[in-house]
Structure formats: C-alpha cells, structure tokens
Design a protein around this ligand. Structure first.
Ligand SMILES: *Cc1c(COP(=O)(O)O)cnc(C)c1O
Length: 456
C-alpha cells in the first residue's frame, strides 16, 4: 500500500547521494570515444588534460566505474540548494482531468535558475584542486555562464565567459548577474582571440553563435597559463555530474513505493536528461525494470528526430574533438528560437547511442505549442518555467491527456530544468502573437549534413 504522497517530496541532507552514477559503465555497447580531430585516434586522457582539468579528463574517458564519489566540498555546496524537491503535480492532474500521476523534478531553485549549477560546481572544484587560476567558457542564453560564475566565485577562481553577442546585447540582466559573481564577460565573436578576429573579418557585424563562442573560449584557455576550458553540457563528465538529478528522483519515488512508467525531459546537449534518466536506465540495462524514456527537442533544432548519427565537430571553428552523435552538422545554425539552451546541433554521445539502440524515444515540438504548455503550467502549478523546460511539460501533458482517453493510470515523471524569469521577451512575443514556428526544410538540413566530416 502506498503512503499518502505529499505535494512535495523533500529529502533531507543525509539522503543527498554520496556518488554520481556513470551511466556508460552500465552499457554493454558503449558510446563511441571522442576523436582527436588531427589524428582521428581516440582522445587520450593526456590530450584531454590539455583542454580540461585532469580529474575531469579522467571522468571523460571512464566508461567502467559505475559510481564516482562526490567530493565533500562539492557535496557541501549542493546542500545549499539540494536535495531538490520532487513535486507531485496534483493541480495539473486535476486541471487536465487525467487519471495519470504526474511528478516533476524541479531544478530551478538556485540563483542560476537551472540544473547547470550541478556540474558547474564540480568543474570549478576540480580546477581549484589542480591549482588553476581560472576557467574559460561560452554561454548562449546565459544560464551556463551564470552557473559557472557562481561556482567560480565560491572557489575563488577567475571566470572568463564568451557570451554570444546577440544575447550579450539582448540579455543585459544575465550579463549583470554574471558580473555580480565576478565573471569577466566578453561578447563573441571578439577581437581577443585569433578565431574571433577571423570570424569578424569574414562576417563583419555578425551576432555570433554558440559554435563560435566555444571556439573562442577553447582558444583563450589554451593561450593563457593556468586556465582550462569548461563546458556546460554534451560531455560525459557533465552527464555524470547531472546524475544527481536522477538519483534524488529515484530515492524520492522509492521512498513512497512509486514506480515510474515514463520519464520525460527536454534535450539540448542532453546532460539534464542524461542525468535524470541515469539510475532508471541503469536499472533497465541490468534487466531489473522497464521504463519509457522520452527526449523532447525543438522542431527548429531536431538533432535526434531528423539528424544523422555520425562523427562530427562540436564547434563551428572545428578546434574541439570529434564526437559520434546525432547531429545536424556543426555548420547548422538553428533559427532564432527562444529556447536558447536547446539550440545545439548535436546530442551527447551517451543519449545518441541509447537512442540508436532503441532504448530511448524522441519527439520534436513546435515553439508556440511549447509556450501554450508553459503558460498553462504556470497558471496551474505556479512555477514560471524556462522555455527549455516547457518542452518536457508539453510532452508530459500530451501523455497525461492520452491517459485520459484510454483511462490508463500511468505514472509520468518529467524534469523541470529551470525558471523563465530572464525569458520574458520570449513570453512577450508569444502573448503578442508574434512567435513563429520555424521548421527547417530538407534542403536546409542537407546543407548542415554536407558539412559533417566524412571519415574513411
Ligand atoms: C541549458 C538548459 C537546458 C538544456 O540542457 P541540456 O542538458 O544541454 O540538454 C534545459 N533547460 C534549461 C533551463 C537550461 O538552462
């Protein structure tokens, strides 16, 4: 018999996981390794250590250790905003009139406003441990830059953020949050790097892109003594750190004897979803459970649903290692959708491999229907969601409506990755009926595919 389930399942500090879960260690067929773009050989730990901190380079290639201990300093920081609540969406269930049980894991309960802080603090910690002076990174909409700024200020590290120029100009508040935490924010492309100057010469007046900003941040980390590069998604190390989301979720559900039927999350680079599903997928891979996993992506940037599974570059400047992933091509520039955190051309290799093996489903959704779901959710559940998170809300609501038709009492769990206070410009467009639903044509996608390197 189930205990009465509260609106919010809070865990206490002692229930905060001691280890992260390394999902790749549970996979029989492993995700493909990163390749050195020059030699096309798998990146070694030594090579990766030139880009990332040593400990992170080690985590990046480790696909055998199932659990990796969370350092005490990181766990202490987590305690300031974790364990995050798992919310039973009673109000949403009632409003939809569905027999389904809906739960969401809320990651917006910190100043950065998203799950990104979970990895930022780990990356900053390892940089500090190594005695580095600082880290460089890029940010698009600004969530990752904010998270890393917070983490660096906590450990007394320099944080240099290359922020996509259009965002730098359109999102002055995010920029100022980063500066509040002591980060140096540079609009990208900039004159401060070789690759930035090249891009500016070729495309004067460009507003920049995430791919360009990555190239600049990597170059800056390579040319400055005592610096390494930090990335907010896509990498194995980031999925590892984000497994805290799923582990807490599972502990909370287990406590009340609840078994999920499906687990849904938005997928940009794939780290939040990879983290949310980690312990559940691990169980499934061990043959102990059977869940449905659904990745939700924007129809404007459909890497899983319409992309190719191939080795590709992670950045526009093609300086980063090659990753085997579902990709739209590193030259693909998604339309200016408002879910900035989901505008990435590829998908993390772990989720790509799981999807390829048929262990995960994917859906793409249109921007206006995402905002309809976001607004509905805000009015019913109170939380104002980030546009990215609303992708998961949309599909969770769709599934709950299906249950209403069939009378099935499914248990739906989804990830609510963050809040949308800095996205009110997007909400304004939606309210004014000025939001479009751009979907790339086959020809446009083909142009991106043409840029995928042909290995062998
Ligand atoms: C960055 C971001 C995402 C995308 O996360 P991935 O882990 O890259 O898939 C989703 N939601 C919010 C609020 C974000 O800031």
């Amino acid at each position: 018999m189930n205990k009465e389930i509260p609106y919010k399942i809070y865990l206490d500090e002692t229930e905060l996981p001691n280890s992260w879960l390394n999902l790749r260690a549970f996979m029989t067929k492993k995700p493909a390794p990163l390749l050195n773009p020059k030699t096309l050989q798998p990146m070694t730990q030594e090579e990766l250590s030139a880009i990332f901190c040593e400990e992170l380079a080690k985590q990046e290639i480790d696909d055998t250790t199932k659990y990796i201990q969370i350092p005490k300093e990181v766990r202490d920081f987590y305690k300031m905003y974790r364990p995050a609540p798992l919310v039973r969406a009673y109000c949403l269930e009632k409003a939809l009139g569905t027999p389904a049980h809906i739960y969401y894991k809320f990651e917006g309960n910190n100043t950065s406003g998203s799950h990104k802080l979970n990895s930022a603090i780990a990356q900053a910690y390892y940089a500090k441990e190594q005695g580095l002076q600082g880290v460089t990174t890029e940010t698009g909409a600004g969530q990752w830059g904010t998270a890393l700024s917070m983490a660096c200020s906590y450990f007394g590290l320099d944080c240099n953020v290359y922020m996509v120029k259009v965002s730098y100009e359109q999102k002055p508040f995010r920029r100022e949050v980063m500066r509040t935490y002591g980060a140096k924010v540079t609009p990208s492309p900039s004159q401060t790097t070789k690759v930035g100057r090249q891009i500016l010469e070729e495309f004067p007046g460009t507003g920049g892109s995430l791919g360009c900003a990555i190239s600049e941040a990597v170059e800056a980390s390579q040319t400055k003594e005592g610096y390494r590069y930090a990335l907010g998604s896509v990498l194995n190390q980031v999925l590892l750190h984000q497994s805290i989301i799923g582990m807490e979720t599972k502990t909370a559900l287990d406590k009340y004897g609840v078994k999920a039927d499906m687990i849904i999350g938005c997928a940009g680079g794939g780290s939040n979803l990879g983290g949310l599903i980690a312990p559940f997928m691990a169980e499934q891979l061990e043959g102990k459970a059977n869940y449905r996993f659904i990745a939700v992506e924007p129809a404007s940037c459909p890497s899983l649903t319409r992309g190719k599974y191939a080795y590709d570059f992670c950045d526009t400047g093609r300086v980063c290692p090659l990753s085997k992933m579902y990709t739209l091509g590193s030259g693909f520039i998604p339309s200016a959708s408002h879910a900035g955190g989901l505008r990435y051309h590829g998908m993390t290799s772990t989720l790509s491999e799981l999807y390829d093996q048929g262990l995960m489903e994917a859906r793409s959704v249109k921007q206006t229907e995402v905002f309809e779901a976001a607004e509905y959710f805000a009015r019913v559940e109170g939380i104002l969601p980030a546009p990215e998170s609303a992708h998961a809300i949309k599909v969770a609501m769709d599934e709950a409506k299906k249950c209403k038709e069939t009378g099935e009492k499914k248990t739906i769990v989804f990830g609510l990755t963050g809040t949308g206070y800095f996205d009110m410009y997007a909400y304004e467009k939606f309210h004014d009926g000025k939001m479009d639903d751009y979907i790339p044509t086959e020809e446009e996608l083909q142009k991106g595919f043409d840029g995928i390197p042909k290995l062998q």
